[in-house]
Write a protein that binds this ligand. Structure first.
Ligand SMILES: [Zn+2]
Length: 552
């Protein structure tokens, strides 16, 4: 008999009983005297955690856990403060948002005149002829009560091409010089899946273009970001996110450049949150040819799903609906990809072992996407494909049953009811009871996630909690009260469910022995807070992998 083998067998048996690793590890850090909401059904509450390197070594009462300390262990008294697992933003656009914050004019302002002033100011510092770019413009949030026009932008900045992205990311607003540079005039037809708004008398561009028509500008605007800029963008947004309690975020429309930026930021020590980076379907062939698929990477930077897009957006009212928008009898929104296109790209990804995440907001888009997923599953069944419906906003009982049957993951907007309340009237009170349908998803046994879609939505997890629990906007209007969930449910949606959506529920999403030490220390207990002030709960500290990424 081989002594080595028998020793390993003996130690293996011992480990199974004691739940301790083979080598008795001492904690580097103990947090004790806390109110720890673990999101672990076996042990929902704890007072203390011990952390060794980047993982939880023990979870339990303060006495039990402090007992594990060595002389080298650092101990922090939480003073009764509440701790939750780190929050996971399951759908946002951090890399792109970081670049925008670096370079573009933040147009999240409350008047057109304010936006004009900000653009004029930027133009003064920009060499003539060069582009002045803006982002986070929201036509529903300016006091003039009307959208930006080409005349507004010409009046503000005549000598630079101006191009502004709507907060929703699917429509843009430009001045006359920008339209000239993009080669768009009264004779330019609307491209398939896109729209150029026009002056009814002259046919000239009126300022706004939607969906695929943005391609004209993407070609015309020089891409001047360096590799360092991309890394800087990730660094900037990562700092912004961890302040709010986020420890992981899904990059929902990633490119190979974004992947590189995340890896660069990670190597330079500037990546503070974990990234699950989707890959835009345009890069799918190249990724497959390189032998890549979902899951490649590690717990800091990982290749996510392939991203497909079926319809328009909720915040810009272009989502494809079965019944028209309120007060706009013939407006059902836009489909941007046909079912056959979705199937062709989806099949390629599915056969190569990729997870698929398809942007589908309206009920028509969700139905179409589910039909594609059902067909892929029927034709080529795969173990645990975890198909995702990005946003999955407007649902009905039939769609929910099909989502459950196929184990699909919805990632509804978490902060929209609270933050974008003024847009809800376009959908109507009745339809709102079937939108961002967390109550229906949870009751059906589906695992929805927390998702900001930043920049379109705010990424603050405490705002997500308030929005999901109260279904009330900033002015006190209630939208879709049937979909309210409890604070405890909202925390699980924002943590463990997010981990499941990226196949990482065994390494994060709850405070459990062996999982990554990702957590948030809150100033107040969300379970005891008045639901209408959840958004005001301060985040005191954020930790990822045993390291503080934010301390207030
Ligand atoms: Zn998105």
């Amino acid at each position: 008999m081989n002594h080595g083998t028998s020793r390993r067998e003996f130690l293996g048996a011992l480990a199974a009983f004691s739940l301790l690793p083979l080598e008795q590890e001492r904690p580097d850090l103990i947090l004790y005297n806390g109110n720890i909401l673990t999101v672990n059904d076996q042990e929902p509450r704890a007072q203390a955690v011990a952390i060794a390197r980047d993982r939880f070594l023990a979870v339990g009462s303060s006495a039990e856990v402090l007992n594990l300390a060595s002389v080298a262990t650092k101990k922090i008294d939480l003073g009764g403060k509440t701790v939750t697992p780190g929050f996971i933003d399951a759908h946002s656009h951090p890399a792109e948002a970081g670049l925008m914050h670096l370079r573009m004019v933040d147009c999240d302002l409350r008047s057109i005149s304010g936006i004009q002033a900000a653009l004029r100011e930027r133009a003064r510092k920009t060499p003539p002829g060069e582009w002045v770019l803006g982002f986070k413009y929201d036509d529903t949030k300016t006091e003039e009560g009307r959208p930006l026009t080409v005349a507004d932008l010409d009046a503000a900045v005549p000598d630079h091409p101006v191009h502004i992205e709507h907060r929703g990311g699917h429509t843009t607003y430009s001045n006359s010089l920008a339209f000239r540079k993009a080669g768009i005039d009264e004779k330019t037809p609307d491209p398939p899946g896109g729209k150029i708004d026009r002056d009814p008398s002259t046919g000239k561009p009126a300022g706004r273009v939607a969906e695929s028509a943005n391609g004209y500008f993407e070609k015309a605007i020089p891409q001047t970001f360096t590799r360092d800029d991309h890394r800087e963008g990730v660094k900037l947004i990562s700092k912004m996110m961890v302040r709010t309690g986020i420890t992981s975020a899904t990059e929902a429309q990633g490119t190979p450049t974004d992947l590189r930026a995340y890896q660069d930021a990670r190597e330079s020590g500037e990546l503070l949150h974990r990234a699950y980076s989707f890959i835009n379907f345009h890069y799918l062939d190249a990724m497959i040819a390189a032998g890549n698929r979902t899951g490649l990477g590690d717990e800091w930077v990982r290749v996510g799903a392939v991203k497909l897009v079926c319809d328009g957006s909720i915040s810009e009212r272009t989502a494809r609906l079965s019944a028209p928008y309120e007060g706009r009898a013939n407006d059902y929104g836009i489909l941007v990809m046909t079912e056959e296109e979705l199937y062709t790209h989806g099949r390629k990804a599915h056969l190569a072992g990729w997870q698929i995440g398809t942007h589908a907001n309206g009920d028509v888009a969700i139905d179409t996407t589910l039909r594609v997923y059902e067909r892929l599953h029927r034709e080529s069944p795969r173990r645990d494909p975890r198909f995702r419906l990005e946003h999955c906003t407007v649902v009905n009982d039939d769609l929910i049953a099909r989502i459950k049957a196929l184990g699909v993951i919805p990632t509804p907007f978490s902060t929209y009811v609270y933050y974008h309340g003024e847009k809800m009237r376009y959908y109507g009170a009745e339809r709102l009871n079937h939108m961002f349908a967390l109550r229906s998803f949870i009751d059906a046994g589906i695992r929805p996630t927390q998702a900001s879609d930043y920049p379109p939505g705010e990424f603050i997890p405490m705002m997500a909690l308030q929005s999901e629990v109260t279904r009330t906007d900033m002015k006190g209007n209630v939208w879709g009260p049937k979909q309210k969930i409890s604070v405890e449910e909202a925390i699980r949606v924002g943590t463990l469910n997010g981990a499941y959506a990226s196949y990482e529920e065994n390494i994060k999403g709850s405070i459990e022995v062996g999982k990554l030490a990702d957590l948030v220390v809150l100033g107040r207990d969300p379970l005891k807070e008045n639901p209408s002030t959840l958004v005001n709960i301060p985040v005191e500290r954020t930790m990822a992998g045993g390291r503080w990424t934010f301390e207030s």
